[in-house]
Design a protein around this ligand. Structure first.
Ligand SMILES: [Cu+2]
Length: 123
């Protein structure tokens, strides 16, 4: 019965390595970009991660400078592929906005983030 012990240990170690291979999703780029200064209001927010995220368990909201929620409960959907998620935006006036997101990585971990962009008055 001790013959199986090294095999089991090896199996266990392999599983451990495998589990560690799945890290959280990392935001690689976004539209609008972090700290972007825009002269035309964006029509959507798109967040692209290094791996697929669970679109049904991901949220994106838009806040203004006074912490008021501007957009929430917008259906998050895949945009370019399974790594990118986004929401459509209503017509936004000039101002400072914050994109706040919470996504579920395929490894089951939640990843949160927040970044700012600015829409300048183009008059
Ligand atoms: Cu993780």
């Amino acid at each position: 019965m001790f013959n199986n012990y090294p095999k089991l240990l090896l199996l266990f170690l392999l599983l451990l390595v495998n589990v560690n291979a799945y890290a959280h999703a990392i935001l690689e780029y976004s539209e609008p970009a972090r700290r972007a200064i825009l002269y035309r209001a964006p029509e959507q927010v798109v967040l692209t991660f290094n791996e697929a995220v669970e679109v049904e368990f991901s949220k994106i909201i838009l806040m203004d400078d006074n912490d008021n929620v501007v957009v929430k409960n917008q259906k998050v959907r895949n945009i370019y592929n399974k790594n990118s998620i986004g929401i459509a935006l209503p017509e936004l006036s000039s101002g400072t906005y914050f994109v706040q997101f919470q996504v579920l990585s395929i490894d089951g971990h939640k990843v949160k983030g927040r970044y700012k962009f600015i829409i300048k008055d183009n008059n």
